[in-house]
Each structure stands twice: as C-alpha cells, then as structure tokens.
Design a protein around this ligand. Structure first.
Ligand SMILES: C[S@@+](CC[C@H](N)C(=O)[O-])C[C@H]1O[C@@H](n2cnc3c(N)ncnc32)[C@H](O)[C@@H]1O
Length: 561
C-alpha cells in the first residue's frame, strides 16, 4: 500500500521540489505574515527562527521573493483540476496577489478573494490606535486551470433571525415552513382557472398548471391564508441554507478545547469549508506551512489524503499528537519524516522491514524472496550483494558466512569484482566488533577480497531518544475524595528538550494528549478515587521522543505503582 499521508519536517521549498508534478488536488497555505515582529515567531525552535530570519532579512521585496519561489513549486505540483487557497492579511495581501498569484497562476485563474473575519474585537482602539480594528484576513482562491478546477457549492445555516422572520409558519407537527406566492405576472397557458374557489389576484395568473396545483394539494404542500388564498409551502428542513459567498463570518473555533494554545492556529471550521468546496474524498490535500496541523486534522477527518510540511519540530510533533487524538484503529496510517531516526526504534524494528528499508536507503534493491537468498538481503545497482544485520558488535563469524554466501550466490560476479578491485559485498549493521574488522582487513591485505562494512549511521542520521523522569506531588483531597496532583517532568537530550505532552487517561498504546504543548513540563490535574494511568511524552529538538507511564492509585492518599 502506498502511504500518501505524510508529515514532513523541513523547509518546504526543498520538499516541494521533490514532489511529483501534477500530483496534488488542493493546497492551503498559511505562511507567516510579513511583519518584523516577534509575535510571528510561534514555536521558537531552531527551525522556525531560521525561517523567520530567512524571509524577513530584506523587507517586502525579500519576503515576496521568498514566498514566490515556493508558490512556483506549488503551481507545478497542482493537478490541472486543482486549486490553491493562500491565506494572508493586510501586511502583504496586495503584493501577494499582484506579484505572486497573478504572475504565477494568471489573472484569469483568480476565483475569489475571501474575507475571513478572524476576530470580533480588537483592542487597538482602546489603546488609542488611529485606525479601525483590523479583524479580517484575506484568503486568495486561484485555480490551476479555469475550466477544469473542482468546485462544490457550500451552504450555511440560516440565522435564527432569518428563520423567525421568513419560516414563520408551522404544520401541526411543528414542521416550519415559508409560504410563497402562487400567482405570477405573466400568463403561461390556461392559468386563470378557479382553484378550490379562488381565482388568481386581479391582473395576475396562477404560476402553475391546474394539474400541478392539484398535485401540490395532494402532497399537502399548499397553505391557505385566513382569506382562503393558496400559498406554496417551502419547508425549512428541506432547504440547504444560504449559499456561501466570499464574506466568511462564521468560521470560528467550535469550543475552547479546539485551541491548542498558539496565536496563529486556524479554526477547523475554516478548513472544513475550504476542503469541502474544492476537494472530494480520496483527493490529496497539501499544507506546506502546516503549523499545529489544522488542515491535516480536518483532511484526515474528511477522508482526504494529505501531506503536511513544517520547518518547526514543535509544529510537526504537535500535528502528529493532534492526529493521534482523533484517530482510531480504522484510521489510515501516516509517515512522520524527521531529520533523524531514533536508534531504539530502528534497532528493534521488525527484521524484514528494517532490512528492506535500510537497503533502499543505501540505494540498493532489497531481496524480496526472503528464502534461498543465501542469507543475503539485497544488492547494489551492479548486483553486488548486501547483507543486513540489525544488531551491534557484529562478529567474525558473520564475515565468514557472508564470504561463502557471496561465492555461492554468483561466483562469476564474485571473481569479477575481485579482478576489478571492487567490493565483493557490503554488510550493514549498527556496529562491528574487533574480530569482524580484523578479518575484513586480513581478507583485503592477503586475499585481495574487499568486504565493505557500513554502519547504519553512515546511511541515515540516527540519535538516541531523550530521557525522561516524572515526579508526582500529591497536593490535596476534597470531600468527595478528588485528589489534586502536581507533576513535574524533567527531560534530557543532547539536542535540547522542546516540549512535553500529557495524557491523563492513558489507554495503551493510544496516546491521546489532553495537553498537547507544554513547554515547562509541569501540570496539575484532578483525579477521582481509583486506578489511573498517566502518560507523559518528552520531545527533543530532533523530534525524537520518550514516554513515561505513571500508574497511580488514588484512595484518600496517592500510591504510585
Ligand atoms: C501561520 S503558521 C500556520 C498555522 C496553521 N495554519 C495552523 O492552523 O496551525 C505558519 C507556519 O509556517 C511554518 N514555516 C515558516 N517557514 C517555513 C518554511 N520555510 N518551511 C516550512 N514551514 C515553515 C512555521 O513554523 C509555522 O508553523
């Protein structure tokens, strides 16, 4: 199965360049705004700060050039039926439209300039600002090809004021409806007939034929006013609502719980509308500035495939945990691509999976047969054998066995490689013992046989995960036996600790954090009497993580077991 769903750490320019042309259905991007202000730095980790300096250093021209080369890539990877939604604000929206979108996508591919009301209030006025409160953002919607792009109309619910004023009548069962006039200004055939004792008003005609009117009558769709005049009923529950226009006022956070706690997080309702109007199930959605993963979380819920990119480790890991919160056993898997691999995860991975993966990373082809392969796990592009040992401290016996397997598997190639002074094979392992190293040296010096020993670290960057300890400090119990407990998590990593996440009702193995982003590592939580399982994660600057599970028994006092 090809896994499209991917969360990638890195500068989006580099990653976009590697994506296939015309492979994406919908792109939403919410790049950092143009302002030389500290509030633009959300996560504060090395990746984000680098990007902040990178785009800001030369003013508006520099910012536009920085964004433009990225949007050029986005245009390339969009399918002809695809579209892009670029989220920005007053700082640079005019420049972005003229200098980037019109130039790359073309003016004729402009679809909408959406005004999203981001907040209802703005405090600047109270502080004496000499301008109206700036409460909106702009979202530019461009298609790749005018005639081909996907668009599915969206509707929003009528306001309660509108319902009260227009859908002001009810059937005996309480069904609300609106009554519309059944007469028309122009005659259309025999439309002056007497309908149940009523003629059309003077100078007007019935809008429908008598047959149709009778049909409405049979269906119970006609409402008679006190004077006996017939009207057609339009039921509220059959109406889709108002079709959405380009002023978006209602896309707000559903509840307090939706907010993760950083300033530029967008509401899921906003992304839901964008994804529903320009993509369908199974389509591939890309967010190259995914931040805390709003687009990705919504795409996953709406059964779209997705790719999320961010340069900040914190952003990528928060997105991962956010996905974990909402996923279950039936959810589609996703790949998390960091800069470094965790030694323990690789070391204890399924052996076949590891062999195939590391051979590929080395540029070879893995041996899919698994049997009768003389213990060889793959080959290089010129068919020279590769063997993988998913362990440390490889001994001399591995070299002996490998040598004989290589000879038996293809004697001609073995002799040819010796004659040409090339390696007869490669052994990949985490580390090699002294015996193996000495034997390889002896073979080379005395028998002209070269066996290349390759460590996993030479192929992929690896690091050890951070360490973690958690201290539990019971605080107080109330009358109902509810205990308040303070936790202090301490992490350690040569790469530097970034943040902690907490799941106070941990059900192994699913980590569904209540607190996603805790930079300090301290939490206070209340527990009812009973057994509790709490999981804490520490995340370092490489994005590597460790988990500690705490089992507590709360019963007047607190026992940690
Ligand atoms: C405004 S935030 C996105 C917020 C997101 N829409 C949400 O709802 O959470 C912009 C993000 O772009 C990221 N970013 C900045 N420069 C980047 C780059 N060159 N490559 C990838 N991500 C970048 C930042 O780390 C930040 O998370």
């Amino acid at each position: 199965m090809k896994i499209i769903n991917q969360l990638i750490l890195g500068d989006n320019l580099e990653i976009l360049k590697k994506l296939e042309s015309e492979s994406i259905d919908l792109i939403y991007l919410d790049p950092p705004f143009f302002s030389n202000r500290n509030y633009e730095v959300i996560w504060g980790d090395a990746g984000e700060v680098r990007s902040f300096q990178d785009r800001w250093s030369g003013g508006m021209d520099h910012y536009i050039a920085w964004l433009k080369e990225r949007v050029e890539q986005m245009h390339r990877i969009l399918k002809p039926t695809g579209s892009i939604f670029l989220h920005c604000d007053w700082h640079a929206n005019a420049y972005i439209r003229v200098e980037i979108l019109d130039k790359i996508f073309g003016m004729n591919n402009f679809v909408n300039e959406i005004i999203w009301k981001r907040t209802t209030t703005h405090n600047d006025a109270k502080q004496g600002a000499k301008h109206f409160g700036r409460v909106n953002d702009t979202i530019f919607f461009y298609s790749k090809e005018t005639k081909k792009y996907k668009y599915y109309s969206q509707f929003e619910r009528y306001t309660s004021e509108y319902i009260a004023a227009s859908y002001n009548k009810q059937d005996p069962d309480g069904r609300r409806f609106k009554a519309s006039d059944l007469s028309a200004a122009k005659p259309g055939g025999d439309t002056s007939y007497d309908f149940h004792g009523t003629k059309p008003p003077k100078g007007r005609y019935w809008a429908y034929s008598k047959e149709n009117m009778e049909q409405f009558e049979r269906e119970g769709s006609i409402y008679y006013s006190d004077s006996g005049k017939p009207y057609l009923k339009h039921y509220l529950d059959e109406m889709p609502g108002n079709s959405v226009d380009d002023l978006w006022f209602n896309c707000v956070y559903k509840n307090k719980g939706e907010r993760i706690g950083y300033p530029t997080q967008k509401p899921e309702a906003l992304l839901e509308r964008i994804l529903k109007c320009a993509s369908k199930e199974g389509d591939v959605v890309l967010d190259p500035f995914c931040g805390g993963g709003t687009t990705i979380a919504v795409a996953d819920k709406l059964n779209r495939q997705w790719i999320g990119i961010d340069q900040s480790v914190q952003a990528v890991k928060v997105t991962e945990f956010r996905l974990n919160q909402q996923q279950d056993l039936f959810s589609k898997p996703f790949i998390l691509q960091l800069h470094k691999y965790d030694y323990d995860t690789l070391r204890f991975k399924n052996a076949f999976e590891f062999e195939a993966w590391i051979v590929q990373q080395y540029g070879g082809t893995s041996n899919s047969k698994q049997r009768n392969d003389f213990g060889l796990d793959g080959k290089t592009t010129n068919n020279t054998p590769i063997q993988v040992k998913r362990s440390d401290n490889i001994g001399r016996n591995v070299i002996d066995n490998f040598l004989s397997a290589v000879q038996r598997s293809d004697k001609k190639l073995f002799e040819k490689n010796i004659a040409e002074g090339k390696p007869i094979g490669y052994i990949i392992a985490f580390t090699f013992g002294k015996g193996a190293i000495q034997e390889v040296a002896r073979l080379k010096n005395h028998e002209n046989i070269i066996i290349q020993l390759v460590t996993v670290e030479e192929i992929v960057p690896i690091a050890k995960k951070p360490t973690l300890t958690v201290e539990v400090q019971p605080l107080s119990t109330d009358k109902k036996g509810i205990h308040e407990i303070h936790f202090i998590a301490t992490g350690n990593s040569p790469a530097g600790v970034e943040f902690f996440s907490w799941d106070f009702d941990y059900k192994e193995p699913a980590f569904k954090a209540e607190i996603l982003l805790d930079k300090k590592g301290e939490q206070t939580w209340k527990f009812k009497p009973g057994q509790h399982s709490i999981a804490v994660k520490v995340i370092d600057n490489d994005g590597l993580e460790n988990i500690e599970v705490i089992k507590l028994k709360v019963n007047g006092n607190v026992e940690r077991n």
